[in-house]
Design a protein around this ligand. Structure first.
Ligand SMILES: CC(C)(COP(=O)(O)OP(=O)(O)OC[C@H]1O[C@@H](n2cnc3c(N)ncnc32)[C@H](O)[C@@H]1OP(=O)(O)O)[C@@H](O)C(=O)NCCC(=O)NCCS
Length: 161
C-alpha cells in the first residue's frame, strides 16, 4: 500500500507539476496557467508520496457547477488507483462546497481518462469539435458530467444560522 498525502498546490510545487503536465499532454499548460489557478483561488491539490509531488488536480468550483480543469499523475505512478483517489477527493470537495454538478472535457483519444471518469459515474453529454490541439491538426473533446450530492457543508451552514 502506497502512503500518500494531499496538500494545496503552492508556488513551490509548480516546477514538479509542470514536469508531470509535460509528460501528460502534447500541448501542456504553462507556468502562467498554473500561477493563474493559484491566483484565481481554484481548488488545487497536489498528491505527495514521501513528500514528493506525484500528482495534481485543479477544480473551478461554484455553488452551481464545478469544472475539473486538469488532473495528472507522474507516469511511474499511474495505474495504481491514485488518479481515482485524487478525483474522488475533488468530487467530495465540490459536494462539500454545495456544487450541484461537475463537468470536464477529455480528449477523445484518452481512453484511460475516459475509463476513469466513467468508473466514477461521469456520463458523456456532448462533443466539442476540434477542441484540443494536436501536432497535426486538432482533436475533439468529449464533454462529461456528473450530478453531485447536495453539499454537506451547506446543509450544516444553512441549518445553523
Ligand atoms: C488519467 C489519470 C489521471 C488516471 O490516473 P491513474 O492513477 O492512472 O488511474 P487509476 O489507477 O486510479 O485507475 C482508475 C480507473 O482508470 C481506468 N484506467 C486506469 N489505467 C488504465 C489503463 N491502462 N487502461 C484503461 N483504463 C485504465 C480504469 O477505469 C481504472 O479503474 P479500475 O482500476 O477500477 O478499473 C492518469 O493516467 C494520468 O495522469 N494520465 C495523464 C494525464 C491525463 O490524461 N489527464 C486527464 C486529462 S482529461
Amino acid at each position: 500500500m502506497i502512503k500518500t498525502e494531499y496538500d494545496y498546490l503552492g508556488e513551490q510545487d509548480i516546477e514538479t507539476v509542470l514536469d508531470i503536465e509535460r509528460e501528460s499532454n502534447p500541448f501542456p499548460w504553462t507556468l502562467t496557467n498554473f500561477k493563474d489557478c493559484i491566483e484565481k483561488g481554484y481548488y488545487s491539490l497536489v498528491l505527495k508520496e514521501d513528500e514528493e509531488v506525484i500528482g495534481f488536480a485543479i477544480l473551478s468550483v461554484s455553488t452551481e457547477e464545478s469544472h475539473l480543469l486538469n488532473i495528472g499523475l507522474t507516469s511511474a505512478k499511474r495505474g495504481q488507483g491514485l488518479g481515482k483517489e485524487l478525483l474522488e477527493k475533488m468530487i467530495i470537495a465540490a459536494e462539500v462546497m454545495g456544487s450541484k454538478e461537475m463537468f470536464l472535457e477529455v480528449r477523445i483519444s484518452n481512453s484511460v481518462a475516459i475509463d476513469l471518469y466513467k468508473a466514477l459515474d461521469f456520463k458523456e453529454i456532448g462533443l466539442r469539435k476540434n477542441y484540443y490541439r494536436l501536432e497535426n491538426g486538432r482533436e475533439d473533446a468529449i464533454l462529461m458530467s456528473k450530478p453531485l450530492k447536495k453539499g454537506l457543508l451547506s446543509e450544516f451552514f444553512f441549518s445553523s444560522i
